[in-house]
Write a protein that binds this ligand. Structure first.
Ligand SMILES: [Zn+2]
Length: 140
């Protein structure tokens, strides 16, 4: 696939996150580390120790993975240096109530309401960068 931008000389196909913001889902796949407030039930990404809705301090980890419903998207033609354009970005809604912004796989035809699968992967595995990239792929 075509890289979306470059980071430290490596081709990256999604937004970058430190490894601490990633966890394993129940099926063992990499997932984004969100949290859910035990007091009000609201989910938050990235994970937080204090709920932004009720200031509750008891938050449990929530693995953000699997599929979401694409809410809206657009194509970007002007970007920072070294980023390849055009590329797609959008919001998708997860069943847990979170709306997550991410890049979209550029090689498919997207439409609002489409099923977007969150894809999380380690960047340059074995190099010790501790970074992951995430983006949406079309379909379940
Ligand atoms: Zn709360």
């Amino acid at each position: 696939m075509m890289p979306i931008h470059q980071s430290g000389g490596a081709a990256i196909e999604g937004a970058l996150l430190p490894e601490a913001q990633v966890m394993r889902a129940a099926d063992g796949a990499l997932a984004l580390r969100a949290s859910r407030c035990r007091a009000c039930g609201q989910p938050t990404f990235p994970r937080t120790d204090v709920c932004p809705f009720c200031l509750g301090e008891e938050n449990e980890d929530l693995a953000l993975a699997g599929t979401a419903t694409l809410y809206a998207f657009t194509q970007v033609h002007i970007a920072p240096r070294h980023w390849q354009t055009p590329y797609l970005i959008g919001y998708a809604d997860f069943d847990c109530g979170l709306r997550l912004f991410a890049k979209l796989n550029p090689h498919t035809s997207w439409a609002p309401g489409a099923t977007a699968r969150l894809h999380v992967e380690a960047v340059a595995a074995g190099t010790g960068t501790g970074e992951v990239a995430y983006r949406y792929h079309l379909g379940a």
